[in-house]
Design a protein around this ligand. Structure first.
Ligand code: COA
Length: 145
């Protein structure tokens, strides 16, 4: 597996994985990914044959950065791909001057919170209705070393 910058040619696979990971009402619309690939930091984990297994998207703004979304294809989970994508994004953000990374994780997804906690993120606040009525998020932060 390699991790590299996402390219326009990855869009169809990225949108497909997003559809497998999130219900339509919370998924990023496919058109949004073209914008994010161009203007944010988007990385894909893929096999040599260019099959996309997962992706992560974040951004850097001064010394602050964020993780917008992280998706791993359901058939390729629990192999460390999520962990590697987080690490690769942090390295990229750090190289752009970021010192602190923020993210929001859905309260109803304990596996994502566990993954981020293991990666060094700590919950700082509850954001009520972040994903829609009654769907709360936890805002987590990590200071990069
Ligand atoms: C959350 C997600 C990205 C994890 O990806 P992954 O590649 O399977 O994660 P990893 O294999 O790197 O897991 C690293 C650690 O996270 C934790 N973890 C990951 N998935 C877990 C699960 N289903 N249950 C419990 N812990 C889990 C474990 O501690 C794991 O370490 P271990 O396998 O050594 O026990 C993946 O399940 C996913 O895409 N879910 C749908 C989209 C989503 O919720 N994204 C997060 C957006 S906020």
């Amino acid at each position: 597996m390699i991790i590299r910058r996402a390219e326009p040619g990855d869009l169809a696979q990225i949108a497909q994985i997003e559809g497998l990971c999130f219900p339509e009402e919370t998924a990023f619309p496919p058109g949004m990914f073209a914008y994010l690939i161009r203007y944010s930091v988007a990385l894909v984990a893929c096999e040599p044959a260019e099959k996309v297994l997962g992706f992560i998207i974040g951004y850097a703004s001064g010394t602050g950065g964020a993780i917008y979304t992280l998706d791993v294809h359901p058939l390729y989970r629990r192999r460390g791909i999520g962990r590697e994508l987080i690490k690769a994004l942090e390295e990229e953000l750090r190289s752009q001057g970021v010192l602190t990374v923020r993210l929001e994780a859905a309260l109803e997804k304990p596996e994502a919170m566990e993954l981020y906690h293991k990666a060094g993120y700590r919950a700082r606040e509850l954001v009520k209705n972040y994903y829609g009525r009654g769907k709360h998020a936890v805002r987590m932060f990590k200071t990069l070393k």
